[in-house]
Design a protein around this ligand. Structure first.
Ligand SMILES: Nc1nc2c(c(=O)[nH]1)N[C@H]1C(S)=C(S)[C@@H](COP(=O)(O)O)O[C@H]1N2
Ligand SMILES: [Mo]
Length: 425
């Protein structure tokens, strides 16, 4: 059996520290249980009566069985099949900001393809000095960077334009994930292929190895700025469903541009106007005309706990209201929370200062009086932009839109602690 004696002093110190910490924490104090007879304290439980699993039991770990509801889910009626479809991140059950790859939403236009690193090729062609083909190994030889970014599908919250639709933050706001990417700047690879002459008016057309190809045009300015050719997420290889072995990361811009299984980057003298940027991912306005490019995802937030899938399970008293905020224009600077449908607001605490184009976790450490709440969150970003109400957004966009809905979300929390997706006028 392992010698654990070396752990004892620090564990004691930890327990001591915790006791002091609780005594000093005014807010959480009322949430602690009064000491009383509790078999979970007085009796030695089965799990403490024998030895646990050895270190060789789980070469690659999955969540413990008690967490088996923290999974991606799809909405069957939303799409005709699962090949061109979406599933949603269980944001109601996660905390912090990093999305584990195993439950990060997927959006495929023609299914997730399987390709080995050995089979992988990336071509750069078009208006370059010398067209190049890179293997996976080639990519690993260029200087690489690490960045945390959110990827939000333009259709996230798209079902909510006409009224409250889907009952759960996972379904209304779960087409988003936030990972730490490792990759080579696209700029480096374009420079390797050689960009000469005037770059003004030049674009790149990016496409994937899958049948849909998901081709999109990106202006050269963005391509040379912060776009990454990424091969790792959260420290490990990309999962198949997120584009193994290589995907494009286009910080702050709509998810559709984040081409998975990246196959080709063509330098062009204008946008290609592919299917994905004409008949799809454009915004139909109230007068029936369509807005062509909406690349940047505007500031947005959502309360993840409590929410329809994460009701309040305790009585009145201390509680933590928590959620996520993000902006494609930069860092989140402030999030306000309303309990009365937007009449009054309290400023939430950001778990960390907002990071550019990455999810920010916010908390409102508060006391629930046991009464109904109309919970809302409102995000602000470093440009001074304030997340709009649904009414404000409809004034500009009408009700014909699908994509780019970043309006304030309302959860109706009842006295039972249950929450429901509602719309307030
Ligand atoms: N090659 C390829 N890239 C793709 C897609 C696709 O179907 N094929 N879907 C796009 C869309 S619409 C989105 S929102 C993101 C989703 O990335 P994810 O599946 O990692 O969540 O990938 C984009 N990149
Ligand atoms: Mo998307």
């Amino acid at each position: 059996m392992a010698d654990t004696s070396d752990l004892t002093p620090s564990r004691r110190a930890f327990l001591k520290g915790t006791a002091a910490g609780i005594a000093g924490a005014a807010m959480g104090a009322g949430a602690a249980r009064a000491a009383g007879p509790d078999p979970l304290i007085t009796d030695i439980q089965p799990f403490a009566q024998g030895l646990g699993d050895g270190v060789d039991a789980t070469p690659y770990g999955l969540p413990i069985k008690f967490e088996d509801d923290v999974v991606r889910r799809n909405v069957e009626w939303l799409t005709a099949d699962t090949i061109s479809s979406i599933n949603f991140t269980p944001i109601h059950a996660l905390d912090g900001t990093i999305t584990p790859q195993g439950c990060a939403f997927e959006r495929h236009h023609s299914g997730a393809i399987e390709m080995s690193k050995g089979e992988y090729r990336l071509m750069i062609n078009g208006l370059v000095d010398k067209p190049l083909v890179f293997t996976y190994e080639d990519l690993e030889r260029f200087p690489r960077e690490n960045h945390v970014y959110f990827c939000e599908c333009a259709a996230n919250t798209g079902m909510e334009w006409a009224g409250a639709q889907l009952n759960g933050a996972q379904f209304t706001h779960g087409m988003i994930h936030n990972m730490e990417y490792t990759g080579v700047p696209l700029r480096t690879l374009l420079q390797e292929a050689g960009l000469s002459g005037d770059l003004e008016g030049k674009w790149v057309f990016v496409e994937g190895h899958d049948a849909s190809s998901n081709g999109r045009s990106i202006p050269m300015e963005k391509a040379l700025d912060d776009v990454l050719v990424a091969f790792k997420a959260n420290g490990e290889a990309l999962r198949k469903e997120h584009g193994y072995p290589v995907r494009l990361v286009v910080p702050g811009w709509e998810g559709n541009l984040w081409v998975k299984w990246l196959r080709r980057v063509e330098v062009t003298d204008g946008p290609v106007e592919s299917r994905e940027e004409t008949s799809k991912y454009t915004d139909t306005l109230a007068d029936g005309t369509s807005r062509k490019w909406t690349w940047v995802m505007d500031a947005k937030s959502v309360i993840t706990q409590p929410s329809p899938q994460a009701p309040i399970t305790h009585g009145p008293g201390p509680m933590v209201i928590s959620g996520l905020a993000w902006s494609g224009h930069g860092a989140i600077t402030r999030v306000d929370v309303s309990k009365d449908g937007g009449k009054t607001w309290e400023t939430a605490r950001l778990a960390k200062p907002g990071e550019k184009m990455a999810l920010t976790r916010f908390y409102l450490d508060t006391v629930w009086d046991g009464e109904e709440m109309l919970l809302q969150a409102r995000a602000m970003d470093e440009t001074g932009y304030v997340q709009p109400t649904k009414a404000q957004l409809r004034e500009v966009r009408g009700e014909n839109s699908i994509y780019h809905n970043n309006c304030i979300q309302t959860w109706h929390v009842k006295t039972s602690g249950e929450a429901e997706n509602v719309e307030v006028s």
